[in-house]
Each structure stands twice: as structure tokens, then as C-alpha cells.
Design a binder for this molecule. Structure first.
Ligand code: XLS
Ligand code: NI
Ligand code: NI
Length: 446
């Protein structure tokens, strides 16, 4: 990676240098064991396949608060002085971290980077100022923006939703932030623009006109699309599905629901999906399931890389270290021909109990190594194991004869009946799930 470590007027992670690749034999916790940015896998380098991004909110804003207590981490950039001075220190800390870690991309919400303000003009000025600083730092380091987004869920004015709020004045206020952040994304050369439906959903259906709220959401996203295109944004808009939390029901429930919504509103040419691991599991799916649904719909845009755990039924946003998840995800991605202009954004946070500055590095190193290993294993499975052959063979009866005619729409139901009579009772064919599972394990441990 060509990114130079950025150290501003003050170093926020002293004693930690650029994270090197040292390989599997290394016992240096601050080194990559698998992720070797320039190593070629198939036709691309690991960096080109994985397109890692660090998120601003969990890494530099969230100090570990939970519903039972305040943050546990004392960020030096939060203690400089006035809100703008803190924001300026925070951006230096962020770029120092990005470049020491050696990722090519980052992502942020408006109010992660710039101080919020109720006054519209003040909010816009704050964001403009910080975007100017971000642009300078991007130019100095080669860092790029994977996506920008607006936080339409933290401020109390959005308690009943943003685009789906029953009060038009709130819907309009949400447009202030979305307009400003689309402009910021264009200014910073951002490759995508994300809508995660924060509080777009409901807590009770008794007081909710769901049809009207969804129509408002379609209208709002159409306006955002049109504005973005009018000011030269050429990237993808992304919807990030999530089934619940904070609302009881979130409208962008999962990939299938969001794909249907986009098609219904004629937005599927400009919008794709940003699939998050922990959101898929909250919806009762697996991470790879929602990735596959998005890929099959031609809507796989980007990934928020994280994981939950089987015990807690909420979005714990843990760093993704489960190799089965990363192998499964990378199989979907490689078969899809990659992520295009998307990336793997670590929408993940260190635990509240993790209070050393180094923990943020360790967490990202673990996630990057897990995805790098997932990439190696998935590539080997596709290129040199029997996996693709086995899977293809299961459907071989559709490759010729009447099976092929069926796929081509050339047979009627009566034709199927006649085929069945001629073919006789179908012979039993094992699904051999255990053989597939053993194959994945064999490639994982070798
Ligand atoms: C919350 C979401 C959020 C989005 C960005 O669950 O994952 O972090 O990615 O607004
Ligand atoms: Ni997310
Ligand atoms: Ni999330």
C-alpha cells in the first residue's frame, strides 16, 4: 500500500508504527499474519480484492457507552477544547490511524466528522470546513472515501423517523443533512453514498400509516438520487438493510425486502445494497445468505464487515473474526466477480472493556486477516477443489434435453407430465452436505 503514515501536529497513537505483513510465523500482535496487500490471488492483489475501509463512527466517536453506562475510553482528541478544535484533532487521529493500518478507504457520517448544529447555516459551514480538511488529508496520503452518509437517527428530532417521519417539517430537515452530505461525498470523490434507514420503521403499527411512510421514503430517495446526479455524483447510492433496532420494525428489513422496494420505486438502476453481517443475522439469515440474495439480484454494492454472536439478539458490531463467515462471504464475492466500486467497511467496534489505544489496531488486524484468509480459501476452493464441479453436477439434468428446454421456457406443464411418465420414478441423489463441509474444513486448515 502506498499510503504514507500521516502524523499531524500531534501523534495520537505513539509507539505504534505502520503495520507490517510478517506472515503466519510472526508472534508480533501488531503485524498482519495473512493480509499481504500486494500478494496476488488470481488476477488481483489482496488489496484490490478486499478494498478495506475504516469507519469513523465506531473508531473515533464511540468511546464505549452502552445503555448502562458512559464511555470507558478517554480519547485525547475529545479533550482539546471547543467542538471544532476537537473535530480538527479527531480528523488527524483518524488519518494517522488509517495510514498506519494501511487501508485504502474510510467512511463517515456528517456529524462524526463535523460538529452538529440546529441552525442549518451553521451545520453546513461546520461540515464544509471539515470536508476541506479531509480533502487536504486525502491528497496528502492517497486515502479515498468509500462512502459518505448522513446521521438521521441520533438527534432527538428524528425520534419518529427521518424521510418516514409523520411530520413534514422533519422530513425537510432531514434533506438538509442529505443534501450537504451528497455534496461532501462529491467534493471528496466518494465512490458511494449510503442510506442506512436509522429510524425509518415503526415502534407500533397502531399509530403508523405504513403505506404512506414507505411512499415518502421512495419520494425522498428519488429526490436524493436526482440531486446527486445533478451535481455530478456518478457512484452508487446504497441502501443498508437491517430488520430492527432501533425501531421494532425497520422498513429496509433485509436484502430481499430492500430489492423489492428499489424495484417498486424505479430506483434499482442507481441504488445497490450495502450488506452488513450482523444485520443479516438479526434478520434470521446468515451473512452469506443476504450477500447471495443481493448478488443474485445484481444489487451487491458494498459490505459492512462485522459479526454478532449467537447469544445476544442485537447488533453487537463485533469485528469479524469467524473464518466460516469470511470464507462464505468471499465465495459469494468471487463468484460475483468482485465488489466493483464497493468495499469491506469495518462497521465494528472494540468491546467496551477494550480500553488501550492499541486495541483498535488489534481489532482491525484481526478482521483484515480473517477476510484475507477467507479470500485465500474461497479462491482455492473455486480454482482447485471439486466444489464448483460438485455444485454444477447437481444441476446437470438441466444442461441438456428436456431439462434445458424447461429452463428455456420451451415446455408446458403437460410436457413435464409426459416426461415424468417416460423417465420413471426419479432415482435418489444424495445432497452430500457433509462432504461439502469436510471439503471447506480441509481447505481452511491446510
Ligand atoms: C447501524 C448501521 C450504521 C450504518 C451507517 O446499525 O450499521 O452504522 O452503517 O449509518
Ligand atoms: Ni452499517
Ligand atoms: Ni449495524
Amino acid at each position: 500500500m502506498s499510503t504514507q503514515a500521516f502524523i499531524g501536529a500531534r501523534e495520537f497513537f505513539p509507539g505504534i508504527g505502520t503495520i507490517p505483513f510478517e506472515g503466519r510465523e510472526s508472534d508480533n500482535p501488531l503485524a498482519f499474519k495473512v493480509y499481504d496487500a500486494d500478494k496476488r490471488i488470481g488476477g488481483k492483489t489482496m488489496a484490490e480484492h478486499l478494498r478495506f475501509a475504516v469507519c469513523y463512527w465506531h473508531s473515533f466517536c464511540n468511546a464505549g457507552h452502552d445503555p448502562f453506562g458512559p464511555g470507558t475510553r478517554h480519547y485525547p482528541w475529545d479533550q482539546v477544547g471547543a467542538p471544532m478544535a476537537n473535530a480538527e484533532a479527531k480528523i488527524d487521529a483518524a488519518f494517522e490511524f488509517f495510514t498506519k493500518l494501511g487501508v485504502p478507504y474510510y467512511c463517515f457520517h456528517d456529524v462524526d466528522m463535523a460538529p452538529d448544529a440546529d441552525d442549518v447555516g451553521q451545520f453546513e459551514r461546520n461540515l464544509k470546513h471539515m470536508v476541506g480538511l479531509a480533502k487536504e488529508r486525502q491528497q496528502a496520503t492517497g486515502m479515498k472515501l468509500l462512502w459518505g452518509t448522513a446521521n438521521l437517527f441520533s438527534h432527538p428530532r428524528y425520534m419518529n423517523g427521518a424521510a418516514t417521519n409523520p411530520d413534514f417539517n422533519v422530513v425537510a430537515r432531514a434533506a438538509v443533512q442529505v443534501k450537504a452530505m451528497i455534496e461532501a461525498t462529491v467534493e471528496l470523490g466518494g465512490e458511494n453514498y449510503v442510506f442506512w434507514g436509522g429510524r425509518e420503521g415503526y415502534a407500533s403499527l397502531y399509530n403508523t400509516d405504513m403505506k404512506r411512510e414507505l411512499a415518502h421514503m421512495g419520494r425522498f430517495l428519488t429526490m436524493a438520487r436526482d440531486y446527486g446526479r445533478s451535481i455530478g455524483f456518478e457512484g452508487s447510492f446504497l441502501i443498508e438493510p437491517k430488520p430492527m433496532e432501533p425501531m421494532k420494525h425497520q422498513y429496509d428489513f433485509d436484502a430481499a425486502t430492500s430489492a423489492a422496494f428499489l424495484r417498486e420505486h424505479g430506483l434499482d438502476k442507481d441504488f445497490k445494497l450495502n450488506i452488513e453481517g450482523n444485520h443479516a443475522t438479526l434478520a434470521g439469515h446468515t451473512f452469506e445468505h443476504d450477500l447471495q440474495v443481493a448478488a443474485d439480484a445484481g444489487l451487491l454494492g458494498s459490505i459492512d464487515a462485522n459479526m454478532g454472536n449467537p447469544q445476544n439478539g442485537w447488533d453487537t458490531d463485533q469485528f469479524p473474526v469467524n473464518l466460516y463467515d469470511t470464507v462464505g462471504a468471499m465465495l459469494v464475492l468471487l463468484r460475483n466477480g468482485g465488489l466493483g466500486a464497493g468495499g469491506l467497511n469495518f462497521d465494528a467496534k472494540v468491546r467496551r472493556e477494550s480500553t488501550d489505544p492499541a486495541d483498535l489496531f488489534l481489532a482491525h488486524i484481526g478482521g483484515m486477516d480473517a477476510f484475507a484468509r477467507g479470500l485465500e480459501v474461497a479462491h482455492a476452493l473455486i480454482e482447485s477443489s471439486p466444489l464448483e464441479g460438485w455444485r454444477g453436477e447437481r444441476y446437470a439434468s438441466f444442461d441438456q434435453g428436456n431439462g434445458q428446454r424447461f429452463e428455456n421456457g420451451e415446455l408446458s406443464l403437460a410436457d413435464l407430465r409426459d416426461h415424468a411418465e417416460a423417465a420413471g420414478e426419479p432415482k435418489q441423489t444424495s445432497g452430500r452436505q457433509e462432504a461439502y463441509e469436510n471439503l471447506i474444513n480441509r481447505y481452511l486448515v491446510r
